[in-house]
Design a binder for this molecule. Structure first.
Ligand code: ADP
Ligand code: ADP
Length: 218
């Protein structure tokens, strides 16, 4: 993937090849600037790679697709502030042609599935950051998106919210077979959460010589 062109061209993620199996829980780690967010943007169709392809099943991804629910690092970017929580969750269903009564029902069920059954009439800004992220997840569930992408979702919320989000992601994978792909800075968290940790190395930002770290085994 290359940002810009000519003299200002900036290449990230050359030669990367990743396959994620349905129902897998994968974490992506790597130093800042390695291209983790770029990778998520390409996967979700928000960014078209300048070379190579992204496919979901047999389908080539060339634009944002409904199969993928995306939770951004900054929870404030995910929801529409002028719509009540329930309407935020129901909104994408309108484009699918789902009738109003069913939209509301599916949105309510999805909010209940993320533990937020009683906040549908509130506005996003009345909720904590962690709750807003769970609303974004509920929106994906209402859409029956089989894939959940999260970009450093745990960094911007407190410890309790982080625990709830992790627990929710694990539960959705287990109970619904949802494929979960999470970018995180925290290697311990990545190992704890996922079946597989993908390291996007990029260029080393700093190199320390003459130091050996033996991590042993527990
Ligand atoms: P913090 O404790 O501040 O979250 P970390 O020690 O987790 O920081 O990570 C510091 C930096 O090293 C981050 O930029 C992170 O992405 C990177 N990093 C952590 N683990 C790995 C790894 N296994 N491979 C490459 N980069 C890593
Ligand atoms: P990470 O998520 O691993 O920190 P990013 O995918 O955000 O890495 O960024 C990878 C590299 O691409 C960085 O050097 C960043 O400055 C650059 N980059 C990201 N977005 C853009 C953009 N829209 N235009 C130009 N360069 C970008």
């Amino acid at each position: 993937m290359t940002y810009g062109s000519g003299a200002s061209a900036h290449e990230v993620l050359r030669g990367l090849s990743v396959t994620v199996q349905p129902g897998e829980f994968v974490c992506i780690v790597g130093p800042s600037g390695a291209g983790k967010t770029t990778l998520l943007r390409c996967l979700s169709g928000l960014l078209r790679p300048t070379a190579g392809t992204v496919t979901i099943g047999d389908k080539k991804v060339t634009e944002p697709v409904a199969e993928i629910a995306v939770v951004f690092q900054d929870y404030r970017g995910s929801l529409m502030p002028w719509l009540r929580v329930l309407d935020n969750v129901a909104f994408p269903l309108e484009g699918m042609g789902v009738k109003r009564a069913e939209r509301v029902q599916r949105a309510q069920e999805s909010l209940e599935a993320v533990g937020l059954g009683d906040v549908g009439q509130k506005y996003p800004w009345q909720l904590s950051g962690g709750m807003q992220q769970r609303v974004a997840i509920a929106r994906g569930l209402a859409y029956r998106a089989p894939i959940l992408l999260m970009d450093e979702p745990f960094g911007s919320v407190d410890a309790q919210a982080r625990f709830e989000l992790e627990d929710l992601a694990l539960r959705l994978r287990k109970e619904r077979g949802i494929t979960v792909i999470v970018v995180t800075h925290d290697i311990d968290e990545a190992v704890y959460l996922s079946d597989r940790v993908i390291v996007v190395a990029g260029k080393p930002t700093h190199v320390v010589d003459d130091v050996t770290v033996d991590l042993g085994d527990e």
